[in-house]
Design a binder for this molecule. Structure first.
Ligand code: ADP
Ligand code: MG
Length: 411
């Protein structure tokens, strides 16, 4: 097999488990954050296993360069523990397979981890992480080439080897990570759309329920009309029918109430990361609607016990309402304030705003001013925030815009 054949085979070994992961997480719409991480880890270990077990290697180590890519991905996804484990596996592998110096290998992998910690909170940190990987890798390749791989070779041959290896590693890292990133973005965008479609589903099921409730009631009214002109003995015949129909309606209402009960599953979540992810998902929608947006999310982390999916649902609901309140030259901004044991998320739009009557009634079940509205978005959101022991309220001026405040306790 040629070097390129080897590189392609190894690339497939890396991408195959990751592709399965991406398709799986896309297919199961509401996967919890924890499960998602678990599946990603599974994919990374599978990649690593396939590379070590079946990966193509030559005396020269070109294709083996790719073995570091699962580590880059796991660092980029903040899987700290996995990163350490993968590093240990890679150090052992390099040591036994190529007999590189153990101390230098440990220094190399410590350097990757240090670079990750240094760029942890930086903007564009993924690019920074890849770049530092490339730099550290290049330094290592120079050292390994001179002392281990081709110590006897002429200088030019070494130079050629070093340049070729570093370029190959850089190029393939960028490509693989770009593919992963792009496909994840597309999936996230689609899941946001799904969220919005869910509201449409609720609307449709409401129509169905109204229909189901109206039918038995109409039957009851028909019998009651008939009763008016009947003898007493006829009552015996009609009353059970009416009572039956009413029971059916009540049962249906009970079922519906069960169905609409909200469940909250809280887990340790980085709120700022959640906001960042929500931002990426909502951005294409804002762009499609020609809305200018500004997200001021701190470059930091804030761990809280919340239901990741539900909080995101609230934010999507709020943004959707703002988008629907659109007028010319519209702006939406998100700000976060942290004070004592409370964090406030403020979402402001310069849309059509609300009058006093609307502002007073907002949050009532089924209250809507839209022709196709459900009037469930705000009430559902308020309930979710309430279940998190938080508060959600609106300030608005007609014709000027609306501010939504979401306050959540940090502990
Ligand atoms: P729906 O969006 O289906 O109407 P919601 O519960 O989401 O139901 O919203 C209820 C009502 O609150 C909307 O019909 C609208 O009148 C008002 N509203 C909510 N958010 C905004 C906003 N950002 N700007 C103007 N009006 C809003
Ligand atoms: Mg709405």
């Amino acid at each position: 097999m040629s070097i390129f054949g080897g590189v392609i085979t190894n690339t497939v070994y890396i991408l195959f488990p990751l592709t399965v992961y991406i398709i799986y997480t896309a297919y199961i719409r509401n996967l919890e954050q924890k499960e998602k991480k678990l599946f990603l880890e599974l994919a990374l270990y599978s990649s690593l296993y396939m590379l070590i077990r079946y990966g193509v290697m030559f005396k020269t180590v070109y294709p083996a360069l790719l073995f570091n890519i699962p580590l880059v991905i796991s660092l980029m996804k903040d899987q700290k523990l996995s990163s350490i484990l993968i590093s240990i596996i890679l150090i052992a592998f390099n040591y036994y397979k190529f007999h590189f110096s153990l101390i230098l290998l440990i220094i190399e992998y410590l350097a990757y981890f240090t670079a990750y910690l240094v760029f942890y909170n930086k903007k564009n940190r993924n690019i920074a992480i890849i770049n530092s990987f490339i730099i550290i890798r290049t330094i290592t390749i120079i050292h390994q080439t001179i002392f281990y791989i081709m110590p006897e070779s002429p200088f030019l041959e070494m130079l050629y080897y070093i340049l070729f290896s570093s370029l190959l590693f850089s190029f393939l890292s960028y490509i693989i990570i770009m593919i992963l990133d792009k496909s994840e973005n597309i999936i996230n965008y689609n899941s946001t759309l799904n969220e919005l479609n869910r509201e449409k589903e609720i609307r449709e099921s409401l129509f169905k329920i109204t229909h189901e409730v109206k039918n038995p009631l109409a039957v009851c009214r028909g019998y009651l009309d008939m009763l008016e002109n009947q003898q007493k003995k006829e009552y015996k015949k009609y009353v059970p029918i009416i009572s039956n129909e009413i029971n059916r309606t009540l049962n249906l209402m009970d079922d519906f109430l069960d169905y609409t009960k909200i469940k909250i599953v809280k887990e340790e979540t980085d709120l700022y990361l959640l906001l960042d992810e929500m931002k990426e998902e909502i951005k294409p929608l804002l762009k499609n609607n020609n809305i200018e947006s500004k997200f001021n999310i701190p470059d930091d982390e804030l761990y809280m016990e919340v239901d990741y999916n539900r909080i995101k649902q609230v934010l999507v609901n709020v943004f959707k309402n703002s988008i629907e309140a659109k007028k010319d030259k519209m702006k939406i901004s998100l700000d976060v304030y942290q004070k004592n044991n409370q964090v406030t998320i403020k979402i402001s739009d310069t849309g059509i705003g609300m009058n006093k009557e609307t502002l007073k009634r907002i949050g009532e079940n089924f209250f809507t001013t839209k022709r196709n509205g459900t009037g469930l978005g705000v009430s559902l959101s308020k309930e979710i925030i309430h279940l998190h022991s938080g508060k959600m309220y609106y300030k608005s001026a007609e014709g000027k815009g609306t501010d939504v405040y979401i306050e959540l306790p940090i502990n």
